[in-house]
Design a binder for this molecule. Sequence first.
Ligand code: GLU
Length: 321
Amino acid sequence: MHAPTRDDASQPRTTRFAPSPTGALHLGNARTFLINWALARKSAWSILLRIEDIDHPRVKPDTVEQARTDLTWLGLDWDSEAPLQSTELAPCHQALNDLGRAGRIFPCSLSRREIAAAQSAPHDSDPGLRYEASLRPPHAGEQIVNPDPSLTWRFLVDNTTQLVEDRFFGKHRFHIADGVGDFPVWTATGGPAYQLAVTVDDARQGITDVVRASDLLPSAARQQAIQHVLGLPTPHWWHLPLVRGKDGRRLAKRHGDTRLSQLRETGVPACRVIGLMAYWCGLCPEPTELNSSDFLASFDINLLPQEDITFIPEHLAWLNA
Ligand code: GLU
């Protein structure tokens, strides 16, 4: 089955804010959400807030409310909120059944160590483990009726290339089998893995435009592979450059405390944060105090640099001045 695309110009469009409550939102998240919000408000897309709380061992309950407070503090709004992702898992169970019936999943009980031991040299830039086809159980590819949800299930990747057509980054080709290989869609904790949950929820919630940081670009290929098997539409992808520290690593605690809650509590005004974001988005030659409406008025996706942003201590000093 081949998935339809979301390309009917007359259809209303919907995007989502999809924070994971596994930690506090930081300046990198703020930039992605501001751009997502400005794209939506400029183009009359509606915005759904969906808190993705399925990563159970890592979820920190107090960060659910904190995410809403952080977004509101920045002057961002949304049109509706989905129930917490973990509270509506029936559609994911259904999708697991459908993948089983299509012969596209198999159970896996191997440890990370066993998977790593079988791994040859990585073929693409995807970090992490690759599940080699040689590890598949002999019955992989057979139809499975009612897969047991207390097991880990992997998606049986075919030997094709996924073309991801990104509205910001252009066309990228991914050969998933040479990258991560057969990836998990269900975990032994009894719930969907990220790739399945996000694919199912984006489709059933009518998401036409996915805006997020570029570290998830390889995931778009995996999500497309699932969409094609389940006959789900592929949304428009907008992957945005990352914010990194001076050491080239993704923005994190080691680069200074850039949590929005911390900035707020220490008295940094939101207009300073937005002004820094505007500078990072190519909207002004240096950080300037702005509110979210000013940001929206000057926002133009074509001004956004293609390169990742480097966060330097001077940026934090500007916020704290
Ligand atoms: N919840 C994911 C995160 O916070 C984002 C998922 C997505 O945008 O697809 O990293």
